[in-house]
Write a protein that binds this ligand. Structure first.
Ligand code: AMP
Ligand code: MG
Length: 491
């Protein structure tokens, strides 16, 4: 009776389908309680869409739940096992500092993983302390919510709770726990783990579970695992093209950070490119540029090849045939990605129909941007509003020539100038979470416990295509380019 009452008050409606999978896939254990949970930020609109009671969750009882001190009704906390290729090297990983509480079934019948990150040690923690620092958790909150507002599939952030405990990194930092909401946490690395250490039966169970959870429309016949591979490839091709459209650099595209749902996951050393340069890298540990902006599509294809390898026992009884099927599927990625990229870029230039020369028109613009160190986001914004004077490209001989070709191209389509302008407004964000603005918000929050800077930033980032005057401040460039900006992961 009390259970039901509590569930109604909080709105939790948790199922635990992952916990019904073979036991070797996870470890059941509770989060480690923290000293004094304090809610720092709470995503009311996300909570409402999940069917959660926003008042209860923002009370001290709610903060205790979002800190792992109190287990919500219906939760069965577990840490997931997975492996992964990190910078190309295969290793056993798993949730070293995260607990899946369960899957929230929303009022509209959708299913979302609710996971605490920074919630204590697990059997997969290796040498880690199982904890997270406030700065990086707020950073994940800001960037994931910005990505969602940009229309890019992503895990989301429900809350950040300060723990009242310190975590020791290079110095002592305030500790925090993020509540992450995801379509699921099934990764390429989850399949790698089962393929490496499990049985073929377990692999089939995981593949069927993934199909049921993310691709219910795929027929349950003997071709279903090839279909699974193809559908996952399609989603990755669409996702990476969307990243490229806004200049998002993930920073650690390891196979354990590639979600099969097609959502962006694991916001560690990610950042947005300012000056256009395909070689842009932000992560301090990516010394060889493996995960540079321009290399993201190649790495996605590489990660998908690792995924395809795990499926070989399921694709065909004859392993040579299985390899052939896998190779054909993986090689389709390049074309699918290119199709998505071209479609997205046409929209950024206000182009509706297709002409063979479109690609060179786009490439010429990007080359100019690179040559003149133009800001990626602001250049497209200047083109959208016909304000070439806002761009360093204005007056250059290349731009004058290119602009004529572009204008002529726009004339050759049926759609009006206004329709083109609208398409560009909808395809070119007014702003992205600029690194210096994110840092400013984090510094106020972490150093001075002033969360207002972050709240204002989140507010403007929530409508990136509205092109309103309040966004101007957030569109200004840093005095020095961010190319020297470095981000750190695992913190
Ligand atoms: P990431 O770079 O965030 O994808 O993390 C890679 C792996 O390291 C994952 O298995 C994490 O769970 C684990 N990990 C990262 N930080 C910690 C930590 N402080 N304690 C335990 N495990 C961690
Ligand atoms: Mg990870």
């Amino acid at each position: 009776m009390t259970n039901t009452k509590a569930a109604i008050e909080t709105g939790w409606n948790l199922d635990n389908s992952y916990a019904r999978l073979p036991q070797s896939f996870f470890s059941i254990l509770n989060p480690t309680p923290v000293r004094s949970p304090k809610l720092i930020i709470f995503n009311s609109s996300l909570a409402e869409s999940l069917g959660l009671n926003t008042d209860t969750l923002q009370s001290s009882e709610g903060a205790a739940m979002l800190a792992g001190n109190r287990i919500p009704e219906g939760a069965l906390p577990l840490a997931q096992g997975y492996a992964g290729h990190q910078f190309g090297h295969f290793t056993m990983l798993g949730d070293g500092r995260a607990h899946l509480l369960g899957e929230q079934i929303t009022p509209s019948g959708e299913r979302f993983d609710i996971q605490l990150k920074g919630s204590g040690k697990t059997p997969y923690s290796r040498g880690g302390d199982g904890r997270a620092a406030l700065g990086p958790m707020l950073r994940e909150y800001i960037i994931s919510e910005a990505m969602n507002a940009l229309g890019i599939p992503t895990t989301r952030s429900l809350a950040v709770v300060a723990t009242g405990e310190s975590v020791i990194r290079e110095t002592a930092l305030p500790g925090a726990i993020l509540t992450r909401v995801a379509a699921s946490h099934i990764r390429v690395g989850t399949f790698q783990y089962v393929a490496q250490w499990g049985t073929v039966e377990e692999l089939r169970t995981l593949a069927d579970y993934t199909l049921q959870r993310h691709f219910p429309e795929v027929d349950a016949d003997e071709n279903r695992f090839l279909n699974l591979l193809q559908e996952i490839i399609k989603r990755q091709a669409a996702l990476i093209a969307k990243w490229q459209m806004v200049g998002f650099i993930h920073g650690v595209m390891n196979t354990d950070n590639t979600a099969l749902s097609g959502e962006t996951i694991d916001y560690g050393p990610c950042a947005f490119m300012d000056t256009y340069d395909p070689a842009t890298v932000f992560s301090s540990i990516d010394t060889y540029g493996r995960y540079a902006y321009g290399n993201q599509p190649n790495i996605a294809a590489w990660n998908l090849a690792r995924f395809a390898e795990t499926l070989l026992p399921l694709l065909h009884a004859d392993q040579e045939q299985a390899v052939k099927l896998a190779q054909d599927a993986v090689s389709s990625f390049t074309e699918l990605y290119h199709y998505n990229w071209l479609r997205g870029m046409r929209a950024k230039l206000g182009i509706f129909n297709e002409e063979p020369e479109d690609e060179s028109l786009i490439e010429d613009l990007l080359s100019m941007m690179q040559k003149y160190s133009a800001d990626y986001t602001n250049t497209f914004k200047a083109l959208t509003f016909d304000k070439a004077e806002d761009s360093v490209l204005v007056g250059t001989p290349e731009f004058i020539k290119w602009n004529k070709l572009w204008q002529a191209r726009l004339e050759r389509q049926r759609e009006s100038k206004e329709a083109s302008h609208q398409l560009m407004r909808d395809s070119n964000p007014a702003l992205i979470p600029r690194n210096h603005r994110v840092e400013e918000a984090l510094e106020a929050a972490v150093e001075h416990r002033d969360y207002s800077v972050m709240e204002r930033l989140l507010e403007v980032l929530s409508t990136p295509y509205s092109h309103c005057p309040e966004q101007e401040y957030y569109s200004t460039l840093p005095e020095l380019t961010n190319r020297l900006y470095r981000t750190f992961c695992g913190t």
